[in-house]
Design a protein around this ligand. Sequence first.
Ligand code: NAP
Length: 250
Amino acid sequence: MSDDPRDYHAPANLLHDRIVLITGAGSGIGRTAALTFAEYGARTILLGRTQAKLEAVYDEILAAGWARPSISVMDFAAAQGDDYAQLAESMQQEFGRLDGLLHNAGILGERSPIEHYEVSKWLEVMHVNLNAPFVLTQTLLPLLQASDDASIVFTSSGVGRRGRAYWGAYAVSKYGIEGLSQVLADETSAQERIRVNCINPGATRTGMRRAAYPGEDPETLPPPESLMGPYLYLIGPDSRGVTGHSFDCQ
Ligand code: NAP
């Protein structure tokens, strides 16, 4: 078999009994990841800011006969320390551990030059895209450490590896995500039971891509469903021992 996660084919029960939290699970890539993880047997925790979208995903999972998910409504732009602590407490009560954490939620911010980038928008993007994943990871680390095999996956972007004009705070936040992932991977490298990696979905047919490229025909882009091989590989047990890397889906 190829070592390239893009060629990965998951066995049907890959995530059986695994507890996996997905941020931004109500739409776009996060929604598809949540449905896919549930299909492969995971018990999912759907986190996002819009309750109705999370409930729609919840209903789809139940209708398909997969394991009953949990919902956590949290707006990363506004969440405080207590909100994170409450989430960890309720997960501790219900599951006692966490096996997979997919940091997927994100916002685009403005497409404008640094010279004119609105400061309040900059702070919001950095907060939602970078500070919130840091706080969520730190809060959930004890639950991840309680797992025999835990995987943390951060979502990067092409502009998180090579800056490009007018991508402003979004690009800088994704550079930060790559850095956070590397630092945490190094800190946990002696713990075989935890791995930390980044994934870059590449241009994908979602609302965020539409907002970034309004003139583009979405039909020319791959849908989120076509990216799920690498997501399953990284969240599931087959990537055990793989840490500190940044993968491309396309
Ligand atoms: P999307 O369709 O806009 O979905 C983003 C998700 O994040 C939504 O579920 C959204 O919730 C959630 N979210 C946004 N702000 C939030 C907040 N303050 N608190 C909690 N949740 C929040 O975007 P996508 O294209 O699927 O992107 C998913 C990830 O892939 C992002 O990290 C993005 O940067 C990355 N990415 C995407 C592409 C692409 O071409 N699509 C390329 C490279 C990287 P609501 O639905 O409730 O707003």
